[in-house]
Design a protein around this ligand. Structure first.
Ligand code: NAG
Ligand code: NAG
Ligand code: NAG
Ligand code: NAG
Ligand code: NAG
Ligand code: NAG
Ligand code: NAG
Ligand code: NAG
Ligand code: NAG
Ligand code: NAG
Ligand code: NAG
Length: 859
């Protein structure tokens, strides 16, 4: 069969033509054409050699009058193979379109012999080799030829210019427009995406009616000749992505119809020719990625362009504008302005507000200085704003909230300071926010979590952001990248949302940030310190440097309060728990019993044993109690109540006032032996800032402690109660801190832990000196002691022993101090590691240092 075909094919030309034979020619030609192809999708199944006419075959159209094939349109049929000469049999073929297939090999010059052919579309195949000269030389009736997106090489043949009838758009893809004949006024040439090389053929200039020329993505070299200005019909000239060099010819200004000029990605040098101002209909100018020099020409903004890309050149100078007011309308048309990757200097002019239709503004990678102009808030239509890689300083204006159409905001790698304005939440269409590598400070605003569309990236890395991360960020469920690495953030990484699988590199470089991803577990929650700031109403957020030291002191006071609160709460919980476990009916004696005891004349400095009433021991002086029934453990004489029991006031026989603490933890004390041993130890601890323990009374069900009486009342009272509230001067407050620190330091020196620091335990004497009371009592409670040990062990977040537990309170202190220093830009002290923390001795020294140089400052 094939042999038959071949024989008839070769013999055909010498046979006398009859209609039947002519019809056979079409069938033969197509069948032989098909035989040489690979048709993996069986698109040509309907092509049956037994048919008399091919007019019903897929892709084939016949002239209804003659039944001869006039169109062969096989676009996108996945055919591969060569375009053989058998098609020559189709003597009345007008349209040959084989676009988007896999035809390979070179273009057969014989195609030019088609007398009838008007349209050849071989675009998007794998054709290679030179374009045969003949194809244009004999193109008498050819109107359209498209060879775009092949693998052709070599120059465009000179003969091109002889195709005076070449017309119509050959950029079509897919189907050839039905009414191709209606496009007669369109004349274009598209050789894009080949490997054509060499110079532009001079004969091209004769294509004066050509209105679109695309040589995009070839390998043309040399200068663009001056005669290009003769192609007056050009509305679109795309020479992009070649190797053209030399200057952009002045004659380009002669192309008065030009609407689009793309010279991007070549090696053009020199400056933009001013003659372009003659191209009054120009709307898109792309000369990006060349080597153009000179100042950014101000007239560029007067042309009424819609799209300007000058990026990737070597332009210098400032962004300036010609006659700003005169042609205001011409700014309104600009939609795309890309001046990126040049060497532009100066500030971003605030008149950018005039570009009221701007959709993309890319000024990145220049040497722009100054700040982000507040007028960006007037760019209501701008979707992409890229000012990255400049030397911008100042802060991000809150007016940014006016740029409501923003999709992408990039300000990275500048010197921008200040905080991220919360007005950013008005830019509700944002999908990308990149502010990395600046000097931004303050918090990560909660406002970011209201940007619900943000789906690509939030990059805040390499800034000076501090504070904790708002939990609300987990609401940003579509976010791909959230990068806050290399800041000064602290606290716990929020849990949930993208935080659950955030890469380490997105959070690293924040030493105080904690969470399981960082392999750095978070410390237990500390109560928020109460800041006792007398200037709080007048002294908003920012502190002058002068106030720094005061701030530190404030922080220390806060810290002490925080320490007390923390210890108190923990102990409170523990005690309540333990008490619940060991609740027994209280057998405390009545006041009457004590009255009896107090009348005992035998009370003396020496141990007295009274089997009925227990044992009374005074460490010094007489223990005769002058007060009667009312004086002891009577509600009227109650001084206060604490974690370990109520305190009553009384007066000894020798006139000394005495505070008696009735321990309410009696059921927890193991034995008299332990009790006596511990109290004697505590009785030996003497320090001007410690409340002295004068003696004790013991029965199995009642224990009393006799303490030095301190007349001034507690710090708590001074801070929070009565008229004395807030009456302490800064000097006094500082003294209290220092004294308290000294007391603690002394306790630590004698290996005693206070366990129960709080403002009610800091008493103030007549001379204003603080005296710390209630120390070491937790040691009386062996069970409690063990309980604390266990709990801490299991939590692991605190130190392992009570000593460290105490030091963890210092962590609170240092943390607060650190926070204060940081917020005041003094750098951190970084005291998280226990061994790095100051001991109380050091704290005393630090406090004394602080006190000395600045005594004049607080009064
Ligand atoms: C062209 O052929 C290659 C392999 O030879 C194949 O991968 C590709 O999909 C084909 N392209 C078309 C458009 O059929
Ligand atoms: C294009 O042609 C070159 C040789 O001219 C060949 O090496 C290359 O593989 C071809 N590319 C394609 C996609 O056919
Ligand atoms: C341009 O020329 C250079 C060598 O001068 C070559 O490396 C490059 O591939 C060429 N580019 C194109 C698009 O042909
Ligand atoms: C200009 O050509 C380049 C490279 O071919 C292309 O990427 C760019 O989109 C074109 N510019 C315009 C405005 O069409
Ligand atoms: C510019 O374009 C407008 C319409 O787009 C047209 O009316 C006008 O004639 C053109 N001007 C030139 C010089 O081609
Ligand atoms: C701005 O231009 C630079 C370089 O010219 C480019 O890398 C960057 O992607 C552009 N920005 C945007 C948002 O397109
Ligand atoms: C920003 O930089 C310019 C010079 O580059 C300087 O004059 C100006 O004071 C700076 N502004 C701020 C807020 O730092
Ligand atoms: C943000 O949006 C609110 C409400 O839409 C508006 O009142 C406010 O002026 C906007 N802020 C800015 C900076 O545009
Ligand atoms: C901004 O940060 C850079 C490093 O990130 C630093 O060198 C520079 O001193 C900072 N500038 C200011 C004004 O803080
Ligand atoms: C955002 O998160 C907060 C808590 O993290 C939650 O209370 C709030 O309802 C969330 N908002 C939305 C809109 O999901
Ligand atoms: C986050 O930013 C840092 C610094 O710019 C970078 O090294 C890291 O790769 C980024 N992480 C992710 C996940 O993008």
């Amino acid at each position: 069969m094939l042999l038959n075909l071949l024989i008839s094919l070769f013999l055909a030309p010498i046979l006398v033509q009859s209609t039947d034979q002519a019809l056979n020619d079409d069938v033969l030609g197509l069948i032989v054409f098909k035989a040489g192809l690979s048709d993996p999708e069986s698109k040509l199944n309907s092509w049956n050699e037994d048919d008399d006419v091919p007019c019903n075959w897929v892709g084939v159209k016949c002239d209804p009058r003659t039944n001869r094939v006039s169109e062969l349109v096989l676009n996108g049929f996945s055919l591969s193979g060569h375009i053989g000469k058998s098609l020559l049999r189709l003597q009345f073929l007008r349209i040959l379109s084989l676009s988007k297939n896999n035809f390979t090999g070179s273009i057969n010059p014989i195609l030019a012999q088609f007398q009838s052919l008007r349209v050849i579309d071989l675009s998007e195949n794998g054709l290679s080799g030179l374009i045969p000269d003949e194809i244009f030389r004999q193109c008498r009736f050819l109107r359209v030829i498209s060879l775009a997106r092949n693998n052709l090489s070599g120059p465009i043949p000179d003969s091109l210019s002889s195709c005076s009838t070449l017309e119509g758009s050959n950029k079509f893809t897919g189907q050839i427009p039905e009414d191709i004949g209606g496009c007669l006024l369109l004349k274009s040439l598209d050789f894009s995406d080949n490997s054509l090389s060499g110079l532009l053929p001079e004969s091209m200039q004769k294509l004066s009616l050509c209105n679109s020329l695309s040589l995009r993505r070839n390998s043309f070299t040399g200068e663009v000749p001056d005669w290009v200005g003769n192609m007056r019909g050009l509305e679109s000239l795309d020479l992009s992505a070649n190797n053209f060099s030399g200057p952009i010819p002045n004659s380009i200004g002669d192309l008065e119809l030009l609407k689009e000029l793309n010279l991007s990605t070549n090696k053009f040098t020199g400056s933009l020719p001013k003659s372009l101002t003659s191209c009054i209909n120009l709307s898109a100018l792309d000369v990006s990625k060349n080597s153009l020099i000179g100042n950014l020409p101000p007239w560029i903004f007067n042309l009424g362009l819609q799209s300007v890309s000058l990026s990737g050149n070597r332009l210098t100078g400032r962004m300036e504008y010609d006659s700003l007011s005169s042609k205001a309308t011409s700014y309104r048309s600009l939609k795309i302005l890309d001046l990126s990757s040049n060497s532009l200097s100066g500030e971003i002019p605030s008149v950018i507000r005039r570009f009221s239709s701007l959709q993309l503004l890319n000024l990145s990678r220049n040497s722009l200085i100054g700040s982000v102009p507040i007028t960006i808030g007037e760019l209501k239509t701008t979707q992409v704003l890229d000012l990255s890689f400049n030397q911008l300083n100042g802060s991000i204006p809150s007016e940014i909230g006016g740029a409501v159409s923003l999709h992408e905001l990039r300000l990275e790698t500048n010197f921008i300071t200040g905080t991220i304005p919360s007005e950013i939440e008005n830019c509700s269409s944002l999908t990308s926010l990149i502010l990395s590598k600046n000097n931004l400070t303050g918090l990560v605003p909660v406002a970011i979590s209201n940007l619900f569309l943000i789906s690509k990236i939030v990059d805040l890395s390499f800034n000076d952001l501090s504070g904790t991360l708002p939990k609300e960020l987990t609401n940003l469920s579509h976010l791909l990248i959230f990068n806050i690495s290399h800041n000064h953030l602290h606290g716990e990484l929020p849990v949930g949302g993208f935080f659950n699988n955030i890469p380490l590199s997105s959070v690293s470089g924040n030493p105080s940030l904690c969470g399981s991803i960082l392999n750095h577990s978070c410390p237990a929650v500390h109560p928020k310190p109460i800041v006792l700031n007398p200037n709080s109403s007048s002294n908003g957020g920012s502190l002058s440097p002068k106030l720094h030291r005061k701030r530190i002191v404030l922080s220390i006071i806060s810290a002490l309060v925080a320490i007390s609160a923390a210890v108190f709460i923990v102990l409170g919980v523990v005690i309540v728990t333990v008490l619940n476990f060991h609740a027994r009916p209280s057998t405390s004696p009545s006041a009457a019993a004590l009255f009896t005891m107090s009348r005992d004349d035998d009370l003396s400095h020496s141990p007295t044993i009274d089997s009925n009433y227990g044992k009374l021991v005074m460490f010094s002086g007489e223990a005769g109690f002058v007060a009667g029934t009312h004086a002891l453990l009577n509600k009227d004489c109650e001084l206060g109540r604490g974690g370990f029991g109520a305190v009553y006031q009384t007066v000894l026989q020798d006139g000394r006032p005495m505070a008696i603490k009735k321990l309410n933890i009696s059921s927890l004390i193991k034995s008299q032996e332990v009790f006596e041993k511990e109290i004697k130890k505590l009785g030996k601890i003497k320090h001007p800032n410690l409340v002295a323990i004068e003696g004790y009374y013991w029965t199995p069900s009642l224990q009393l402690l006799f303490n030095e009486f301190v007349s001034g009342g507690s710090l708590y009272k001074h801070l929070h109660e009565g008229q004395s509230e807030n009456c302490l001067t800064w000097q006094q407050r500082f003294n209290l801190i220092l004294g308290t620190a000294k007391a603690l330091s002394h306790l630590h020196q004698v290996n005693t832990i206070h366990y129960n620091i709080k403002s009610t335990n800091v008493l103030i004497d007549n001379s204003g000196e603080p005296k710390l009371g209630d120390f070491g009592l937790a040691r009386l409670l062996p069970m409690l002691d063990r309980y604390i040990f266990k709990q801490q062990d299991s939590e692991r977040t605190w130190g392992k022993r009570p000593v460290e537990y105490m030091e963890d309170d210092v962590v609170v202190l240092s943390d607060v101090v650190r926070g204060a220093l940081e917020e005041g830009r003094c750098g951190g002290m970084g005291r998280w590691v226990p061994s790095n923390r100051p001991d109380m001795g050091e704290v005393v020294k630090i406090l004394e240092l602080i006190q000395c140089p600045s005594e004049g400052e607080w009064a």
